[in-house]
Design a protein around this ligand. Structure first.
Ligand code: SF4
Ligand code: SF4
Length: 354
């Protein structure tokens, strides 16, 4: 098994991953339900988990609001490539006589949850596999952070009945997350609690990260339904400026198909280019307008701070009738919206009848 383990690790690195680890049913024991490998393969013994990096050179132009498309495309294609690796490695194991199932990087959810895929529970959480097998650490954000590329990464896995040799978690003293919380400062949705943490135990080892609040918060902002930061001074790449709820009870339930959500209606009527295809999403499209928490986190704190500055100074995004987006000053954006006919303006903000 040593030889097969080494071959699979080398395969992942050769095909495009920069980091790979092996978790086993033993090292994941006692974890949350999405650390249970037998959910996807009853005979499972191990899982190979790997990380691919986004192109770091595209992050500054993204934060400065100079270029959305390049990073959007890179993120989509890196995610697709990670699925390809999982598929290829699973096929390799099957040809050797093992059972193996590829686990998609994202957008595939358990069908047997109480309300089906709407609960957005992944069959397997790559994050648990990644921290336990030494691919990366949990950052406060709840993202997996790596010493190589921060959290600007895609993760995927393969679950198999081959008894591979597990790899160890990374040493905690080398975890660069210093609790700077810049991942929270760049988040307009208030998704992660600034104080409370959660801890999971995997194979007798504990891992902690910031507690998540209502998942619809992130869906609302990262999915493009609202983009204006509560400060009014900068936005995500979304041209929409519907209100972002402060109180948990006011957060719109995006997973309720019967809920009437004006920001969602407007989203469906705006032109969308790029992004991901998601069966659950209305219109099947998932626009990526934020990912700020994932992209801001870099091992070098000065880089993190510089990225935050870029975002704060990047202005506010507006959308031309042909769908083009560009950043302008907050004042200019207000004037631009005010000059729109009400029917068009409703695509971007709440319009009260006078
Ligand atoms: S931005 Fe700061 S607090 Fe957040 S995960 Fe990265 S290092 Fe940790
Ligand atoms: S993707 Fe954006 S909205 Fe979602 S948690 Fe990260 S920063 Fe917040």
């Amino acid at each position: 098994m040593d030889e097969l383990t080494e071959t699979l690790k080398e395969m992942a690195l050769t095909l495009g991953a920069f980091k790979v680890g092996i978790a086993t049913t033993k090292t994941l024991a006692g974890g949350p339900p999405s650390a249970d490998l037998s959910y996807v393969l009853p005979e499972a013994k191990s899982a190979i988990c790997f990380a691919l990096a986004f192109d770091q050179s595209l992050i500054d132009p993204y934060f400065k609001k100079e270029d959305h498309k390049s990073l959007d495309t890179n993120k989509v294609r890196t995610t697709t490539l990670s699925n390809g690796l999982a598929f290829e490695m699973a096929g390799f194991l099957q040809q050797l006589g093992y059972k193996a199932v590829p686990q998609a990087a994202n957008f595939v959810y358990r069908m047997d949850s109480e309300t089906g895929p709407e609960e957005m529970k992944p069959p397997i959480s790559h994050k648990y596999l990644a921290v336990r097998s030494g691919v990366g650490y949990f950052g406060y954000s709840g993202q997996i952070i790596t010493t190589e590329y921060g959290s600007a990464i895609a993760l995927a896995s393969v679950v198999t009945d081959a008894e591979l040799v597990s790899t160890d978690p990374l040493p905690e003293e080398d975890n660069y997350c210093d609790g700077c919380k810049l991942c929270l400062k760049v988040c307009s949705s208030g998704f992660v609690d600034p104080v409370e943490k959660v801890t999971v135990t995997l194979g007798g080892k504990e891992f902690s990260y910031g507690k998540r609040r209502n998942y619809s918060r992130c869906g609302y902002v990262c999915g493009g339904m609202a983009g204006l930061n509560p400060s009014g001074k900068w936005s995500t790449w979304s041209p929409a400026r519907f209100e972002i709820a402060e109180k948990e009870e006011d957060v719109p339930d995006l997973l309720n198909p019967d809920a009437q959500i004006p920001a969602l209606q407007a989203y469906l009527e705006r032109p969308i280019k790029g992004g991901f295809f998601l069966a659950l999403s209305p219109g099947y499209r998932l626009e990526y307008t934020c990912s700020n928490c994932q992209l801001v986190c870099h091992p070098d704190k000065e880089v993190r701070k510089a990225r935050y500055r870029m975002l704060k100074e990047s202005g506010v995004v507006i959308q031309e009738p042909d769908g083009t987006r560009r950043a302008v000053s907050p004042e200019e954006a207000k004037e631009y919206l005010k000059a729109m006919p009400p029917e068009r303006r409703k695509l971007y903000e709440e319009v009260t009848e006078e």
